[in-house]
Design a protein around this ligand. Structure first.
Ligand code: AMP
Length: 302
């Protein structure tokens, strides 16, 4: 496995790989601090391509809080070891000056609901401008056949798909399922910042998603009722929490939304697939998670 620092080095290495190795190129963009969630994307890319590139770049332009950027975990030596173990061929780990050289003045802005709601509202418009711009730059640098993204960031997947379609970037975007720890918490680089008691409080988030899924499966179609189910669980008052001895206090909810899974438009009724998306703070850590929720199938015989 090679670690490359510049776009020119990456392009040279990929030109050689394309000549020597059949199966095309898969790209997995990350901000490092790798965990099993990232590695599940690598494995999907590994299964489909002759060459797998993993990028590691903590993109400053998508952080809307300086403290969050400063606290973001970084450990390139460990990342390189994990990447090599998972079968990555090339790690692209540029510094900020390589991606944003002096005079850099271009931003990719995906407009409309996809970027204005949920994370766009919670973190500010700059977040998706930063994310779309760096993904566009990474796609142009590597020119992969496919790029792999996690549904953990389902809104980001929609934004990237929109951008790729609008700009005609010739790449296949492959969404991959959210990888969770055994206790249900979605894997995230930020989880290492949770104390043991914060982590146990954070479990209200997957419990809330599970409660919404169960209610939808049982036939609940009111979005307001489904949202109330999630909020009860997040406040520590839900049935799931109550079952646990000494249930911890809830989390600090930023938003809970159930929106059209494709357009992110608000809905009153669960009459199509929706995305239930949650952002919450636990201690100083902001966590997000989501689940696709589908209406219960109506038995035609009943
Ligand atoms: P990040 O390093 O957090 O920017 O994430 C890099 C990529 O890994 C993004 O496409 C994320 O959606 C994806 N990812 C992060 N956490 C998970 C997870 N728990 N399961 C699946 N994909 C994930």
């Amino acid at each position: 496995m090679r670690i490359l620092r510049t776009i020119a080095e990456l392009r040279d290495a990929l030109a050689e790989a394309r000549r020597a190795v059949p199966g095309g190129v898969g790209l997995v963009p990350t901000m490092g601090a790798l965990h099993e969630g990232h590695l599940s994307l690598v494995r999907a890319a590994r299964a489909a391509h002759g060459t797998v590139v993993l990028s590691i770049f903590v993109n400053p332009t998508q952080f809307t809080e300086a403290a969050d950027l400063a606290a973001y975990p970084r450990d390139e030596a460990r990342d390189a070891e994990l990447a090599a173990g998972a079968g990555v061929d090339l790690v692209f780990a540029p510094d900020a000056a390589e991606m944003y050289p002096a005079g850099h003045a271009t931003t990719v802005h995906v407009g409309g609901r996809l970027t204005e709601t949920l994370e766009g509202a919670g973190r500010g418009a700059a977040h998706f401008d930063g994310a779309a711009t760096i993904v566009a730059k990474l796609l142009l640098a590597a020119q992969p056949d496919a790029a792999y993204f996690g549904e953990k960031d389902a809104q980001q997947v929609l934004v990237v798909q929109r951008m790729v379609a609008d700009l005609g970037i010739p790449v296949r975007i492959v969404p991959c399922p959210t990888s969770r720890d055994d206790d249900g918490l979605a894997r995230s680089s930020r989880n290492v910042r949770l104390s043991a008691s914060e982590r146990s409080r954070a479990l209200a988030i997957p419990r809330a998603l599970e409660a919404v899924r169960a209610a939808a499966e049982a036939g609940e179609r009111s979005i307001a009722a489904l949202r109330a189910t999630a909020l009860a669980e997040l406040s520590g008052a839900g049935s799931g929490a109550a079952e646990r001895a000494g249930a911890d206090a809830g989390v600090d909810v930023e938003y809970v939304e159930l929106v059209d899974a494709r357009t992110l438009e608000p809905l009153a009724e669960l009459d199509r697939p929706v995305r239930c998306a949650i952002a919450a703070r636990v201690g100083g850590v902001r966590l997000i998670d989501n689940e696709r929720i589908v209406p219960a199938r109506v038995d035609p015989a009943s």
